[in-house]
Design a protein around this ligand. Sequence first.
Ligand code: PEP
Length: 260
Amino acid sequence: MKPKLVVGNWKMNKSFDDAQDLILDIQNALKDKRLQTEVILCPPLVYMELLTDIAEEEDSQFYAGAQNCSEHGAGAYTGEVSAEMLASMGVEFCIVGHSERRKYFGEDNTIVAQKVKILLDNDVVPIVCCGELLEERQQGIHAQVVEKQISEALFGLKPSDFERVIIAYEPVWAIGTGETATPAQAQEMHAFIRGLIEKKYGTEMAYNTYILYGGSCNPKNAVDLFMQSDVDGGLIGGASLKANDFVAIIEAGETVIKDN
Ligand code: PEP
């Protein structure tokens, strides 16, 4: 089993002071641990420098990630932030295609593909979200929906680019609802996604690709989810806003790795 990866997506939460406290609390809690689990924090962009200052320190236990970027290069796009700007600030990862971006900001698979490309061109690793709506699962078309999202957003990439991508399976009905996919449901979809990658890019690429689970993951269910052989970690929303909960999820990653 590969070491786990845990990503915190703060969404549009926290004041400046609260953001600073949360970063320091997480940093202090992780300080003396020799973690195998990798950790990425994705705060709102206005607080990014708080994070990159610490993330760049030698003993830092986490990396800096953004929640979004523009699909365009530099230019007249008022209010937007480019992949190039992220890279210039030391941001190494960026979430793309989150269901909230798809729902509220019209981010479709074509835009996701453009964002993935521009991030990779700037050496920022895209964390690409996919996942079905509740009605799509009820109709039994969840696998087709996820296959379309992944193939349209990612399968145009050459192997040397695809190998730098992280995927997050986030069933939309589980995001922020307190309703988590069962470990079996998560495993089934993750194995399906890995199978798609294997068909397109081969067995080694399929094994090496990180596929995270997201959707109401918390300290109580993290071990059971992370124990699934195709679940390589988690994209954590609500539970990443409290240092104790987030650190407990990171520790779940450690527990699973030690036991396997
Ligand atoms: C998310 O928004 O990516 C997410 C997984 O949220 P939550 O953990 O709150 O369901």
